[in-house]
Design a protein around this ligand. Structure first.
Ligand SMILES: *[C@@H]1O[C@H](CO)[C@@H](O)[C@H](O)[C@H]1NC(C)=O
Ligand SMILES: *[C@@H]1O[C@H](CO)[C@@H](O)[C@H](O)[C@H]1NC(C)=O
Ligand SMILES: *[C@@H]1O[C@H](CO)[C@@H](O)[C@H](O)[C@H]1NC(C)=O
Length: 407
């Protein structure tokens, strides 16, 4: 696409901001209106959709923001009992990323127009989910979590809320980390009773073959010691000074092209619109916790799906009663759960080899309940922002939901 040139220019700008550590305040908030208005008013209702800002509190006190798009542009189309869909973003971004393309192109609005009751989740620590019943983002304890806590608290909080409000089984769409946390949860026997079906886009479980150069470097250097040392139990703010320093070091390595950070992280996305990318960069990246990044780095290095490793035998013993962190065993996922998986041939984070290893776990899955789509020229970000993702991916997701929607 012709957008690639504009793309690198934008990337250079981002890099300047990131590396220079200038301009942006502590929380990396860049644009004004969205901040005041919230996601519904700034990105959804302007197109004629009904959208409600909702707050869901986790058992460990985080107040998460969720957007419910309960009606499409054509009203509710006479459907009284709509099926709910939860849409979960990946790491270092928030729910806004789903909404950057036109209503005809983005997943939440397509689902709403198709008569689904859509719920967009925003993980703890991202721009609209930075509140807690007792803690502040400036407290260390606010950032004392990894993706284990997203499995243990964030997901169940959102699922329970949607289930209570709708009294209906739920369809789920996850991208990237949004797939990993559900896989982990299902492997522990959770969520199954609340689910109609699950769609995994750019699935992540194993990360050993990840090809993104900057990701590989990050995985090598983000050790548990960082949580106690340099970075501390703290916010991992991609636009902050500390992370900027790290990026500076990583960017000097041969083979790392920091002039195109989005590609450096996600692979060569085939189908992004440069205007959408610009919008993306105004809204993202978002913060997560250092501990979460360290846990992801462990997932890359260890080649297994396990709980957070404290990096010290005594700490692991104290937290788990075992020397090694317990594994999430994907073989426990019920064989009759409806699962759709779509993965791309150019995805630098969700490498084809790693996805194949994940697919191995589903060899015994009911064939009627399992669908796999492979898109040769897709990379990681195409799944959320690709101009043709509507025709290529989302239509397939919706067909799958229709097939597996009745009880
Ligand atoms: C972080 O949480 C662990 C429990 O998972 C606790 O042992 C530790 O004291 C906490 N640290 C901080 C700074 O809150
Ligand atoms: C790219 O985005 C711009 C601005 O939203 C829009 O006018 C244009 O039609 C988009 N192009 C494609 C191919 O979707
Ligand atoms: C995972 O679970 C399966 C059965 O659900 C079991 O056969 C296998 O031994 C388990 N693997 C590990 C590593 O615990």
């Amino acid at each position: 696409m012709a957008s690639f040139r504009g793309f690198s220019v934008v990337m250079t700008m981002v890099l300047t901001v990131v590396l220079g550590g200038c301009c942006v305040g502590g929380h990396g908030v860049v644009i004004g209106p969205t901040e005041e208005l919230g996601i519904c008013a700034s990105a959804v209702t302007i197109y004629g959709y009904k959208c409600q800002e909702i707050q869901v509190t986790t058992k460990d006190g985080y107040i998460l923001s969720v957007q419910r798009i309960s009606e499409g542009r054509r009203g509710n189309g006479g459907k009284s009992k709509k099926q709910p869909v939860i849409i979960q973003h990946g790491v270092l971004v928030d729910g806004v990323t789903w909404l950057l393309n036109s209503p005809e192109q983005n997943l939440p609005m397509i689902l709403a127009d198709d008569g689904y009751d859509v719920w967009i989740a925003n993980t703890r620590g991202t721009r609209f989910s930075r509140r807690h019943t007792t803690l502040n983002p400036t407290d260390q304890a606010f950032w004392n979590w990894s993706w284990d806590e997203l499995v243990l608290y964030d997901l169940p909080a959102v699922f329970d809320h949607v289930f209570q409000q709708t009294s209906q089984k739920i369809h789920y769409v996850g991208h990237s980390l949004g797939t990993l946390i559900v896989l982990a949860s299902l492997s522990e026997g959770k969520l199954v009773n609340q689910l109609h079906s699950v769609a995994f886009l750019s699935p992540i479980a194993y990360l050993s073959h990840m090809t993104t150069p900057i990701g590989v470097l990050a995985a090598r250097s983000l050790l548990p010691e960082k949580v106690y040392g340099l970075l501390g139990i703290a916010e991992f703010n991609p636009k902050g000074k500390e992370v900027g320093e790290l990026l500076k070091v990583w960017c000097t390595h041969p083979g790392v092209n920091c002039y195109d950070l989005l590609s450096a992280f996600t692979g060569h996305n085939c189908c992004l619109n440069s205007s959408t990318v610009e919008l993306f960069l105004k809204n993202e990246p978002q913060s997560t916790s250092t501990k979460n990044m360290v846990h992801l780095a462990q997932t890359v290095r260890s080649g297994v799906l396990a709980k957070y490793n404290y990096g010290r035998t005594d700490y692991n013993l104290m937290h788990y009663g075992e020397i090694n962190p317990p594994l999430y065993n994907l073989s426990n996922i019920p064989h009759d759960l409806a699962i759709f998986i779509s993965y791309g041939g150019r995805d630098a984070l969700s490498d084809v080899k790693d996805v194949n290893r994940l697919l191995d776990h589903f060899k015994l899955h009911d064939v009627d309940k399992f669908a796999v789509q492979f898109i040769q020229n897709y990379a990681h970000a195409d799944y959320i922002m690709g101009v043709d993702a509507n025709n290529i991916v989302y239509n397939s997701v919706i067909s799958f939901f229709k097939k597996h929607g009745s009880v």
